[in-house]
Design a protein around this ligand. Structure first.
Ligand code: 5AD
Ligand code: SF4
Length: 532
């Protein structure tokens, strides 16, 4: 049972005094929840522990750093094992079906821990929570989830945490799931009404049971969209020497297979000044490498083009001590000559380019709504190679898109052989409800897809081996990141082109850039020795 001291930190007056503007409002709730956590700490004698589990892409990894920043600010110690944590957040991905299955597996395994410690708080957020069916499924099958929120209101997490604590102390308020003028995809206002009724009809035993049930329902706040970008909230860097920097959010492309535009909303770009400031702050903290993040960085529209933004960032990085700039993802339809030139002239931009192909067949690209054909893709990829012969190209490829024939697939293989990608992320098409491609009738049978997927992998692996063999013996710069997971006498780092290298070394090397001679190619990584 929650003590009076704690209850006094969650009163209606405290809620009513919250500022209405952002980010001040969330800072206010961070302070309030911190006061609560600190009281709890003095009662329990130890700090609370939090674990954020991240699925999916770099965008999600960046969002998780924001969650961890807020949690640290509140007073939680951040740990890696969700089974040991007082607070767990699952930051979900839904780009392919298996991402969803991952979440349910992990949640299922947490059921016992929650049973043993009913005070544990479990939260689910991210892309999957932008789908109403998934929210319903969580509520029914995983009733031990406490807080659900989406991609558009991640920054309201402190407020949602405050609501949950109020709910646990015996209050249920609609303000707790404040939509702040945004259209709500899902909320708990129905619950608030039901509770109000129960309260009006007195305190009978059965009423109390019903009320308890309601208190145990999750705080749910998922917004349909949000055009604001809320800056200046805490963030916790996962690696001290490298940082992802959002330059834009969302996607306007609506590729016919892809759920991202539905769950991440329309494109919105951050202002250049905000981006520069974040980069300057990273440099002050000793960050060596930044990765500019967006679903489609080529359509950045913060008042200047992406090429100009990249050039400006490259210019400033020399002075402030950032050695490496990366960016992802680029859409071939928007890849301008201006960007290729800017990259070629840049001093700190890594010679690495991720250019998703998806398919090499013109009719399939058209059905995918990609707005380029095979010839245009080849033109862009070859132009990049011509401008920067040492560039490393990577790509994404989907196999088994509805209607894909053998000859369509051979067109994809043809592009793979012509471009000779240094790495390729290959995916089996996954049907996402709500996307146009999900209703295409000519879905491909599993055996055919599997056969094509294996053939693609074989061709691509051979190319990778050949490309990487040519690099053995070279002396190249490596940014060291961490001790090897498998052998603590080895240290792991990344080449400029993104490939992993393992060398004998100690943790003192972490965060430094050193010259390494590559001695052996292991397809997904090199081994070597520090030589300079
Ligand atoms: N099925 C398979 N792969 C997909 N991707 C996006 N949506 C799907 C889907 N429905 C892949 C694309 C994209 C990458 C991030 O994920 O290749 O570039
Ligand atoms: Fe999805 Fe296409 Fe947008 Fe990439 S560009 S996120 S594949 S819709």
């Amino acid at each position: 049972m929650i003590s009076e001291n704690l209850k006094n930190l969650l009163t209606d007056e405290i809620l009513a005094a919250a500022p209405v503007t952002e980010p001040e409002r969330q800072h206010y709730f961070i302070d309030r929840v911190r006061a609560y956590a600190s009281e709890l700490k003095s009662l329990q004698g130890e700090a609370l522990k939090a674990c954020v589990v991240t699925f999916g892409c770099q965008m999600n990894a960046r969002d998780s750093e924001k969650l961890e920043g807020i949690l640290s600010d509140i007073g939680f110690d951040i740990i890696n094992d969700e089974q040991e944590a007082d607070f767990v957040a699952f930051n979900t991905c839904t780009v392919r079906e298996n991402a969803n299955e991952h979440l349910y597996g992990r949640l299922g395994r947490l059921k016992q821990a929650k049973k043993a410690d009913p005070d544990m708080i479990i939260s689910v957020c991210g892309c999957m929570m932008q789908e109403t069916d998934e929210i319903e499924k969580l509520k029914v099958k995983y009733p031990y989830v406490d807080i659900i929120f989406g991609t558009h209101n991640l920054y309201t997490f402190p407020e949602l945490m405050f609501s949950l604590l109020r709910k646990r102390s015996g209050r249920l308020d609609e303000e707790a799931v404040n939509s702040m003028g945004h259209e709500i995809l899902k909320d708990s206002s129905d619950d608030a009404l039901r509770l109000e009724k129960l309260l009006r009809y007195g305190d009978s035993k059965s009423n109390r049971k019903d009320m308890e049930k309601l208190y145990r329902k999750p705080v749910v706040s998922v917004w349909k969209d949000n055009s604001d970008i809320v800056e200046q909230l805490p963030s916790k860097r996962k690696y001290p020497f490298k940082q992802g920097i959002n330059i834009m959010f969302g996607c306007n492309n609506f590729c016919s297979y892809c759920i991202v535009p539905y769950v991440r909303g329309r494109e919105k770009s951050r202002k250049p000044e905000e981006i520069y400031e974040e980069i300057r702050n990273c440099a002050k903290d000793g960050v060596k490498e930044i990765m500019l993040l967006g679903q489609n960085v080529n359509s950045y529209s913060g008042g200047i083009s992406f090429a100009e933004l990249l050039k400006n960032i490259d210019d400033m990085c020399g002075d402030i001590g950032i050695d490496r700039i990366r960016f992802m993802t680029s859409h071939p339809k928007d890849l301008s000559d201006e960007l290729i030139e800017a990259m070629k002239d840049a001093k700190h931009v890594c010679r690495q380019f991720h250019l998703p192909l998806q398919s090499g067949s013109d009719p399939i690209l058209k059905r995918m709504n990609r707005h380029y054909d095979k010839a245009k893709y080849l033109d862009r990829a070859l132009k990049l190679k011509e401008a920067m012969p040492d560039i490393s190209l990577s790509t994404d490829i989907i196999v088994g898109f509805p209607g894909e024939t053998e000859s369509d697939f051979l067109e994809t293989l043809d592009v793979v052989e012509k471009v000779r990608f240094d790495s390729a992320y290959t995916f089996i098409y996954s049907k996402r409800e709500g996307t146009p491609a999900a209703s295409y009738e000519d879905q491909i049978d599993e055996a055919t897809v599997k056969d094509r997927f294996d053939r693609l992998l074989k061709v691509q692996n051979k190319i990778v081996d050949e490309n990487l063999d040519k690099m053995v013996g070279k002396k190249l710069k490596v940014l060291f990141e961490e001790l090897s997971e498998y052998d603590d006498k080895l240290i792991t780092g990344k080449l400029e082109n993104g490939i992993t290298v393992h060398v004998p070394g100690t943790k003192e090397l972490i965060g430094s850039i050193r010259e390494v001679e590559l001695t052996e190619n292991h397809r997904f990584y090199f081994t070597g020795n520090v030589v300079g």
